[in-house]
Design a protein. Structure first.
Length: 196
């Protein structure tokens, strides 16, 4: 038997108000999180959304929002793709990064902004570069559930063996996202250009 509107009380009891100091969000396990719209916007700002295949700062063929071209993509430098394909590549690459973060952190619970920063890290440097062998301090910080130490390990500044200024700014932004849930481009706050 279903409840009709006649069975509903006219006024619902109000939920008690939480004190302003109570956290609204709780940390969750990574498999239950997805990159937020704010993170996707920040990634697009950092990477750009290019429809023509180009070589990134490390010399790798790249297209869309930082998508590294693979042989199965059937693309070469100079080829042009549709906006829909840009979005398809982004969706695929984000899903790969989300799963990699879940493997990286294991059972460590994360706030949305912490998860977002780690997704950006894996998206930007690849899962292999955050492995225990290549990033031992990051993995030790995760094992110790030391969130401050994790934030300190989010900086990656080299591409193709050289320091890349854009990666320095991106690392700063990533740390701001992780620690303060601040998705703004730090270059804009400093009065600079948001282009890497």
């Amino acid at each position: 038997m279903g409840l009709g509107t006649a069975a509903m009380p006219m006024s619902q009891p109000q939920a008690p108000q939480l004190p302003s100091s109570s956290p609204v969000e709780k940390r969750k396990r990574a498999p239950f999180l997805k990159a937020s719209p704010a993170m996707l916007e920040a990634m697009i700002e950092e990477e750009g959304a290019r429809q023509t295949v180009y070589r990134d700062v490390a010399g790798y063929p790249t297209v869309g929002v930082g998508h590294l071209v693979k042989p199965e993509d059937g693309l070469r430098v100079g080829d042009r793709i549709s906006k829909d394909r840009v979005l398809d590549f982004l969706e695929q690459d984000i899903a790969i990064a989300e799963r990699a973060v879940a493997r990286l952190v294991g059972d460590l619970p994360l706030f949305q902004n912490e998860f977002d920063a780690l997704v950006d890290l894996v998206f930007n440097v690849g899962e292999g570069n955050v492995s225990a062998e290549r990033s031992p301090r990051l993995n030790e910080a995760i094992a110790a559930a030391d969130y401050d130490a994790i934030a300190e390990e989010l900086g990656y500044h080299h591409a193709g063996g050289s320091i890349a200024k854009g990666l320095i700014h991106r690392s700063e932004r990533r740390a701001n996202i992780f620690m303060d849930a601040s998705y703004e481009d730090p270059r804009e706050a400093a009065g600079g250009s948001s282009v890497a």
